[in-house]
Design a protein around this ligand. Sequence first.
Ligand code: ATR
Length: 270
Amino acid sequence: MDVYGLVGNPVGHSVSPPMHEAAYDELGMDASYVAFEPAVNEIRQAFVGAETLGIEGLNVTIPFKEDVAAIVDADELAAEIGAVNTVDFREDGPPRGYNTDAAGVKRAFDHHDVDLEGRSAVVVGAGGAGRAAAFALTDAGAEIHIANRTVDRAIGLASELSSASGGSLETLDSQIGDASVLVNTTSVGMESDETPVPAELLHEDLTVLDAVYSPIETRLLRAASEVGARTIDGAWMLLYQGVEAFEQWTGRNAPVDAMNDALRAALNAE
Ligand code: ATR
């Protein structure tokens, strides 16, 4: 049996195991996906153990994504983002690290037929998810503005990208009006009825992606729907980072519908 998994702390409520196991079932693969929770200062030992035990691949989540980028052979995009969420142990030599969060953003837009080329986009947040979204949107040809509570982080990230600017959350007031894409990558709205973007700034020409997936319909997405904007919920981004990881590990096309059904069932059961 092939073993894949997730390392994070905590991982108790992860919906990745049912999502990946639905793919194995659908394709008749003899494989299993396990959530592991190493102590926060023991990620290196966990990786040595995973390699020794013959684990095929691991996803990586909070708080390990940046640490893992430094201990595996990260590809160019993951190195630029500075975070690894997918590790492939199958080849000889050091494990390879990838960032499929960026592909998750791009593929979530593709799934909804949103062409990002030449679009004006606003990214809220400049943490790990914000960096992945900013690189994905820039790669796809969008011009982006990054707004973040900690201004220096937004300006620093913008300076690493072509065609990007950065500023405080107050800059949302002047930037959203002309934008056609808005992505929330902050944790605001997770398990709470808050929004990082005042409702009065939203308009019907926007497509709004919220990386928060718990609840699936956040306050931001609700407010966006109310003004007639298009909405893409965070489960799409979660799905496509998993689809991309599956395809990286197995070289096969992922059974996207089966993974999506399992993911949404698991999220709704929480
Ligand atoms: P992740 O890897 O999930 O992106 P992170 O690196 O801790 O997590 O980043 C969290 C993001 O949410 C950051 O942009 C953070 O803003 P700061 O850089 O100022 O910390 C943002 N964030 C978290 N709580 C917030 C809040 N209450 N209001 C506004 N932004 C918040």
